[in-house]
Design a protein around this ligand. Sequence first.
Ligand code: TRP
Length: 457
Amino acid sequence: MQRRTSIHGEWSSRLIFILAAAGSAVGLGNVWKFPYITGENGGGAFVIVYLACIAAIGIPIMMAEIMLGRRGRQSPINTMRVLAVEEGAHPGWRYLGWLGVVSGFFILSFYSVIAGWALAYVFYSGAGLFAGADAEAVGSLFEELVSSPERLLAWHTIFMVVTTAIVSRGVAGGLERAIRYLMPALLVLLLVLVGYAMTTGHFGEGLAFLFSVDFSALDQDGLLVAMGHAFFTLSLGMGAIMIYGSYLPAGASIGRATLAIAVMDTLVALLAGMAIFPVVFANGLEPGAGPGLIFETLPLAFGAMPLGGLFGTLFFILLSFAALTSAISLIEPAVTWLVENRGQSRVRAATWVGIAIWVLGLGTVFSFNLAAEVKLFDKTFFGILDYLTANIMLPLGGLLIALFAGWRMSRQSSDEELALGPMYNAWLWLIRVVAPIAVVFIFLDAVGLLDRISALF
Ligand code: TRP
């Protein structure tokens, strides 16, 4: 096949791709979301299912997404359109690209609000508000922040403006260099936090919570949340990794890149868990406290450790930055599509998409204060968006990607693009059978169908 090139540019090396994709994967999902949903779902059993989903579903699907992106070399919508033609598949496959764009809008609209919390905490820490604070003081600091629509709105606006400005310039620019240093720095600070957690006297309890497996603590919804989080944390199922794959130079190994990204992402999440739960137990806090969990626990750690003000400030700067590199990948598929199909400049395209997401984000801003009591299925606006995207839209997108890559694409094309050698058959088996069946099984389980079927026997 004649190789295509992307009109949006290319990464300058394979390492840069790994860093950018890891920058997309590592974000609030690892540090903010993983600990709080682990806490809500009882710990060890949830963690094991999440790890199994990363290995059996996430890794093969990530390889498929990168592969499709590199072969199509366009926005996910156009990539799916072109590949469908090329592989003789139904033109309807392009709607997979659309599903991804909508998922990206929904996710970034609340992601930006949470990133705003991290930004606010940079200043709280810098102002010395954590020094010597107890659980009650730290809890009311968080309450004060989220109960103020003005403040949440201001931080959300700042975060969206920065994201849009960077995406306007193209992702292969200055960001590349920054990720190279900031990501390792985040890892180091997480290690510092784990070091502090070891001094709390509750480290063992934290580890036991994370790693001792008790399946009776995990219900069907927990199973779905664990799978959904595997997609969310690896940025899968919406085209973010696909668009990054479209900038990957030909000939770079997709298999090795994927493993590196998945390992790094998982490591960050587990370290975050190991830093947080000992502090939770040492202070008699509730593991299932919800979305505020890290904002109500980490300040206690920074408040009690030497140089905590400095470490805390740095930590929240790095977390904000990690959120930024994830946000960029959430908005990029829509922006590239506008550039390709509407002939808009990157700046215009990014501005329009940014404004639309900002407006949608107002729903999340108010869901923590003015509209906190407005609920559907017992969930606020934020809760619904989060649940719908992570647990339904991303796994559905991922399932369709697996089916396309495994069954619609010719083996010749995928073999050529992946160049996995003897591992190709293992990948093919995972993408054709294991990943789709696992996703469908967990979906059916979550709506109670498996119970009803097994009741028949
Ligand atoms: N993976 C990121 C995190 O864990 C969030 C993210 C970025 C994402 N791009 C995505 C999630 C695409 C789903 C799809 O914070």
